[in-house]
Write a protein that binds this ligand. Structure first.
Ligand code: F6P
Length: 410
């Protein structure tokens, strides 16, 4: 009897996940699936992002299936497939996508992704009228969500994407742990952090004990490099245990003495279907320049996939669930071409549906770290960034072992 009252009984909603994985994707899938099921949708999962809607399709049924939203990554798997023509693949696969949406009788498509995946969804909505709902996801935190941060009477346009809070926690812990090895060898460790062209994630190392940091938003010209080396030396010499951890974004633009220009370091210059190269290796270059110039032992360490791996953290779990509540609202209103977002940066206990809204997917795009958040003169992060981050997480409590052994004179 009850079944009859479900709003969308007989309709099918399908979810796909595209781009790099994050620890919060399964939580997003589970919470969206649960809400859609309550409304009466049959819920499908499309495997491997847009790729699962090409050819014969690759679709699974998620209705009434057990699910583990705490488990990291994406059980639907992911790809960087772009259905629209790109440099790498000039052929449009949109007709195949449309055919499969029809074959599988999919009424609503929810795309969990960053700018690329949701950008493709938006085009399908605008050009083909496909009912889509975008859902934010990225550890880079660079997908515009129009989430406002109220700080000291100012309003700063920030970003809060599921995946970022878990990655931030991972980078913080990683940095805090690295401290003991840096101290033991009196070294500088240059810690490379993912994030493509954005420095949101790099700054999170601050909560693990880092002080200085370099982000892609501010070029390291020849002149700025000189100032930077001075700062590094000063911070190292002032540090109680003669050690330093310097987080640097993988996409940092660094003056190359040999080339005579500012450049990024690529792990591979081959572009994916959305036109992105892969960054990697800048930490090695910076560490060896520090060693050479300052005569202080420096090492490079790449955090890589550590930021993206492992379980969904608490903040992300509730953030995804709050945004999924908003998806339910959009479904009830049958409003498509929208993406749920948080209105303002709030602490865990305020992650409630009334603090969420949705934005037109036409408004999405990339949003780098705001200027206000970075202290360009000190190569560090501003108090306003610290305030932003402290809403999401706490400083790592790491036990410091303070020692000052008396020196033995023979
Ligand atoms: O966009 C997420 C991200 O992890 C970036 O930070 C990083 O540059 C990229 O994905 C790496 O992609 P892949 O795993 O495809 O090499």
């Amino acid at each position: 009897m009850k079944q009859k009252h479900k709003l969308f009984k007989g309709k099918t909603l399908a979810i796909l996940t595209g781009g790099g994985d994050t620890p919060a994707i399964n939580s997003s899938i589970e919470t969206i699936r649960n809400r859609a099921s309550l409304l009466g949708f049959k819920v499908y999962g499309i495997r491997y992002g847009w790729k699962g809607l090409i050819g014969e399709g690759d679709v699974v049924d998620l209705t009434n299936q057990p699910y583990n939203g705490w488990y990291g990554g994406t059980a639907l798997r992911s790809s960087r497939t772009n259905p629209f023509p790109s440099g790498k693949n000039p052929e449009s696969r949109v007709p195949q996508v449309l055919k499969n949406l029809d074959r599988y009788k999919i009424d609503v498509l929810v795309t969990i992704g960053g700018d690329d995946t949701n950008g493709a969804a938006r085009r399908l909505y605008e050009t083909e009228g496909i009912p889509v709902i975008g859902f934010p996801k990225t550890i880079d935190n660079d997908l515009r969500t129009r989430t406002m941060h109220h700080y000291n009477g100012k309003e700063i346009e920030a970003v809060l994407c599921p995946g970022f809070p878990s990655a931030a926690k991972a980078i913080t812990e990683y940095t805090a742990n690295l401290k003991t090895t840096a101290e033991s060898h009196s070294r500088i460790i240059v810690l490379e952090v993912m994030g493509r062209d954005a420095g949101w994630l790099t700054g999170t190392a601050l909560f693990g004990g880092a002080q200085l940091g370099l982000v892609p938003e501010f070029e390291m010209t020849k002149e700025r490099k000189e100032v930077f080396f001075e700062k590094v030396k000063e911070s190292y010499l002032n540090s109680p245990k003669k050690s330093l951890i310097i987080p640097v974004s993988e996409g940092v633009r660094w003056y190359d003495d040999q080339k005579g220009k500012v450049d990024v370091v690529y792990a591979s210059s081959e572009l994916d279907e959305y036109g992105h190269p892969r960054f990697g290796g800048i930490s090695g270059i910076i560490a060896s320049e520090i060693s050479r110039r300052l005569k202080i032992e420096a090492r490079a360490q790449i955090t890589g996939y550590y930021a993206r791996s492992g379980s969904c953290r608490r903040y992300d779990r509730r953030l995804t669930s709050t945004l999924a509540d908003k998806v339910a609202d959009l479904l009830i209103r049958e409003e498509f071409g929208q993406m749920p977002v948080l209105n303002k940066v709030v602490p865990y206990q305020e992650l409630e549906e009334f603090n969420a809204s949705s934005i037109d997917m036409g408004q999405i795009g990339n949003k780098p770290l705001p200027e206000e958040y970075y202290d360009i003169d000190n190569f560090s992060f501003d108090e306003s960034y610290i305030d932003f981050l402290s809403k999401i997480m706490k400083y790592m409590r790491f036990e410091d072992f303070e020692y000052d052994f008396p020196v033995v004179i023979p």
